[in-house]
Design a protein around this ligand. Structure first.
Ligand SMILES: Cc1cc2nc3c(=O)[nH]c(=O)nc-3n(C[C@H](O)[C@H](O)[C@H](O)COP(=O)(O)OP(=O)(O)OC[C@H]3O[C@@H](n4cnc5c(N)ncnc54)[C@H](O)[C@@H]3O)c2cc1C
Length: 224
């Protein structure tokens, strides 16, 4: 079987020394289902001895497995309960983590650029940075496609990340409390869900739909 340059390096002490001083730099952009798994495995296999420098870049500080987003949106799952902290994961699995959104690639120079990261108030707390690489892995995932259908972008709620799922859940709770505090209001609301071609549709009063997730928290609908 063909041995890799990294495997060969461990056999020859001189090459091994050079490799430790100038380790091969693998930069993985996107710590989603694919990226975090890859960074963890490469870190476990090569990172501990410094044979390869593995760096994971993500625009967020934590990873939440996307199939859980429906439950976050429904209010049956706390989005902070089961997320993976990139800083802790990197520490435990011998890779580096850099916070930032990649916004540029210079293939000739083998560099990516990361946009400045802003806090909630819009203040910059991580400046624009450039990251050199020897091997680059792009695993930035995808977001929902509206296929150009008129009205979808304006009227549908997209659940592609935790922020969107959290804000959907807040809207559901607002509706629930609105229905509770406005008895008798002629409040006809509906929720439609589209998922890979399948389509679910629930229709009813604001009450019925707003109960989604709320009873699990002990909130019962008893109009004031
Ligand atoms: C609501 C929902 C439910 C799903 N349910 C299922 C299911 O039941 N079963 C199933 O098999 N699949 C499901 N999927 C699909 C599955 O989650 C994806 O196929 C999978 O997450 C793709 O993995 P990925 O690593 O390619 O990207 P992602 O998991 O999307 O991760 C991409 C990562 O890249 C980061 N990123 C994006 N752009 C940049 C940038 N420019 N710079 C830095 N970081 C960036 C993001 O912050 C994110 O962490 C679901 C998806 C959604 C949205």
């Amino acid at each position: 079987m063909r041995r890799s340059r990294v495997d060969d390096a461990s056999a020859d002490p001189e090459i091994s020394k050079n490799t430790r001083m100038n380790p091969h730099r693998i930069v993985i952009v996107g710590g989603g289902a694919g990226g975090i798994e890859l960074a963890t495995r490469l870190g476990d296999k090569f990172g501990r001895r410094g044979r390869v420098q593995v760096t994971l870049v993500d625009a967020k500080l934590t990873h939440l497995w996307k199939p859980l987003l429906h439950e976050v949106a429904a209010g049956t799952f706390d989005s902070h309960e089961n997320d993976v902290d990139y800083i802790a994961q990197a520490h435990q699995h011998h890779f580096e983590y850099r916070l930032g959104r990649m916004d540029g690639l210079d293939r000739a120079r083998r560099e990516i650029s990361l946009a400045p990261t802003l806090d909630e108030a819009g203040r910059e707390f991580v400046p624009r940075r450039v990251l050199p690489y020897d091997t680059l892995v792009l695993s930035v995932g995808s977001v929902s496609n509206d296929f150009g259908i008129p009205g979808v972008r304006e009227h549908c709620v997209f659940i592609d990340d935790r922020d969107q799922a959290d804000s959907f859940q807040c809207a559901v709770m607002r509706n629930y409390i609105h229905a509770q505090t406005h008895p008798g209001a002629d409040d006809d609301r509906s929720v439609a869900g589209g998922d890979r071609g399948r389509r679910r549709h629930r229709r009813g009063t604001g009450r019925g739909n707003a109960q989604h997730g709320a009873p699990a928290r002990g909130l019962r609908l008893r109009p004031d």
